[in-house]
Design a protein around this ligand. Structure first.
Ligand code: ADP
Length: 547
């Protein structure tokens, strides 16, 4: 018997429909942006859709059509959001580029993606000028500003964003695309080898947006005000520019000012209810709130992801500041989060300290995402909260390959469609995963594996520690030993012996570092995480300052 098909409409899932929906039903809901030019810009979803239509006409006038890649090098702001919708809306691909990457990597990424246009914020014009000659495929550079702020630039064929869109029709006949068509492109920062392109489809982004709007997830709704600190060049700001319109939520974009004081002001003034970012940003905010004794009252959920949230960080937000934290795990390849720590009733009912334990894990899988951990031989390990192995995932918003990179695809995705993440994790019987470490960051000492994340989390609990990192140092006797690196909070004095003793009470004896190094500055990657490779280069060759 042939399969019997359902008789429902096969309306494709296209991202432009999110903005159309928000404009129709939440038309006067605001989108607020701190601009690079200075002032705060405010408009609403209705206006955003009109400008997006104008931008779509502009893209067409420059010859952009289906499948073409349109690059952005920009902060979180309304013009960037318009590009998020206009390019996919006409069937092109919005390719977000991380400006904090090394110029050689930017050059590689643009050439690999064969971007035809490159939209650039004022801040990054000098950066792009330095590499422009090497960007072979780019036909026009569009500076994301108005005529009054247009800089003198050596960028060839430079255009001004506002001049480009001005006077164009405010409606657009959005084509009915195949929902499997590519919509967005983002390269992983490539700590090893060249960056790899993750090509999101309309379908994957729509399913992801719907998922983060679930009540059991972030549950964006019309009374929410959502501020993504996570940049739009880092995994599409974790899908927030798509989830917020679907929820009818007000959006607040922080632009270039990501320091704690400016963030606090925006969070406070705009009465933000949900915000999301990496731990480094939150560590600075905690420091600021403590120093100034200021508090935030409107936040109902603060999301931490991209790197492990320490127990001390979650505890500070929850107990000291009364801010509810959700911790999640994900990667560029998983469209942002594949797990989150919205606790099930069983865990939510636990005493505070036990609950905290679950909140510092990385949470349970989201609906539609399969998760397992495997041993060295590839077989699945038990879900006992103890057996650690490589974390593998698959699902409708997980990459099944890298853009134009067969070798990288073969290395990451197996025959059964599982993406091998390079992260080592455990899964407990209730389904909570805990990231032990990145495979390449684990420390092997005398045959025992030591988790750098465990040590960092524990060290963050010592008073006065603003940031902690642990790296492996070669050791003639043990193979490797952990080296603790600490950035003390402003004005804090940390006695090395005491912090090591503090760790000795909290981790296995063989895991206690022999030494601690104090730095005023810990290097970060392009996505704001601790740059362990740079730290290893700095400290393993040069051990000055070791206590
Ligand atoms: P990059 O490799 O440049 O950091 P991604 O943003 O794609 O690029 O990083 C994904 C990786 O970040 C994951 O594979 C994992 O190692 C780490 N990560 C993300 N979220 C968490 C988390 N909540 N806890 C621990 N590690 C995390």
């Amino acid at each position: 018997m042939p399969a019997l098909n359902g008789l429902m409409m096969e309306t494709p899932l296209l991202v432009i429909s999110l903005l159309e929906y928000a404009a129709r039903y939440h038309g006067d809901t605001e989108i607020v942006s701190r601009t690079i030019e200075g002032p705060i810009h405010r408009y609403d979803y209705a206006r955003c859709l009109k400008r997006t239509a104008q931008l779509a006409h502009a893209l067409r006038s420059l010859g952009i059509g289906q499948g073409d890649r349109v690059a952005t090098v920009a902060w979180n702001g309304y013009r960037h959001m318009e590009l998020y919708y206009a390019a996919p809306g006409i069937g092109a691909v919005c390719h977000t580029i991380n400006p904090r990457l090394h110029p050689d990597q930017i050059d590689y990424i643009v050439n690999h993606a064969e971007d035809r246009l490159l939209f650039v914020d004022l801040t990054f014009v000098p950066l792009i000028e330095r590499v422009a000659q090497r960007l072979k495929s780019v036909e026009h550079f569009v500076v994301m500003t108005d005529a009054a702020h247009m800089p003198k630039t050596v960028l060839p064929n430079a255009l001004c964003f506002e001049d480009l869109v001005a006077g164009r029709p405010e409606t657009y006949e959005w084509p009915e695309l195949d929902e499997r068509a590519a919509a967005l492109l983002c390269y992983t920062s490539g700590t090893t080898g060249n960056p790899k392109g993750v090509l999101y489809s309309h379908r994957s982004m729509m399913i992801y947006a719907m998922n983060i709007c679930l009540g059991k997830s972030f549950g964006y709704g019309p009374t929410d005000v959502v501020l993504p600190v996570v940049p739009m060049f880092h995994v599409n700001a974790w899908g927030i520019p798509f989830g917020a319109p679907l929820g009818g939520s007000k959006l607040v974009y922080p632009g270039a000012k990501l320091d704690a004081e400016n963030l606090f002001e925006l969070l406070d003034n705009e009465k933000v209810t949900v915000t999301a970012g990496v731990p480094t940003v939150w560590a600075a905010l905690i420091d600021y709130m403590r120093r100034t004794n200021r508090r935030l009252n409107s936040i109902r959920m603060l999301a931490i992801g991209g790197a492990a949230a320490s127990r001390a960080m979650v505890d500070t937000f929850e107990r000291e500041f009364g801010i509810h934290v959700v911790h999640g795990w994900g990667m560029t390849e998983t469209s942002a989060s594949a797990t989150d720590t919205r606790l099930a009733p069983q865990e939510a009912a636990l005493p505070y300290d036990d609950r905290l334990l679950f909140k510092t894990k990385q949470g349970r899988g989201r609906c539609f995402v399969d998760i397992k951990v495997i041993g060295e031989d590839g077989t699945e390990l038990p879900r006992d909260g103890k057996s650690a192995g490589e974390l593998c995932v698959r699902g409708p918003w997980i990459a099944r390959g890298y853009y134009n990179d067969e070798a990288a695809t073969r290395a990451a995705v197996d025959a059964e469609g599982w993406l091998h993440t390079g992260d080592v994790a455990t899964i407990d019987a209730r389904g909570y995963i805990q990231i032990v470490d990145r495979k390449k960051d684990m420390i092997k000492s005398g045959g025992e594996w030591i988790s750098s994340i465990d040590l960092e989390n524990a060290a963050c609990g010592f008073p006065g520690v603003a940031e902690a990192a642990v790296i492996a140092r070669p050791d003639p006797r043990w193979g490797e030993r952990p080296l603790l690196v600490v950035r003390p909070a402003q004005g804090a004095k940390i006695p090395p012996k005491e912090i090591l003793k503090y760790l000795a009470d909290r981790v296995a004896r063989y895991a206690v570092p022999d030494e601690v190094v104090f730095l005023d500055e810990i290097p970060h990657t392009a996505t704001g995480k601790i740059a362990k490779r740079v730290l290893r280069q700095q400290l393993i060759a040069d051990k000055k300052g070791a206590a």
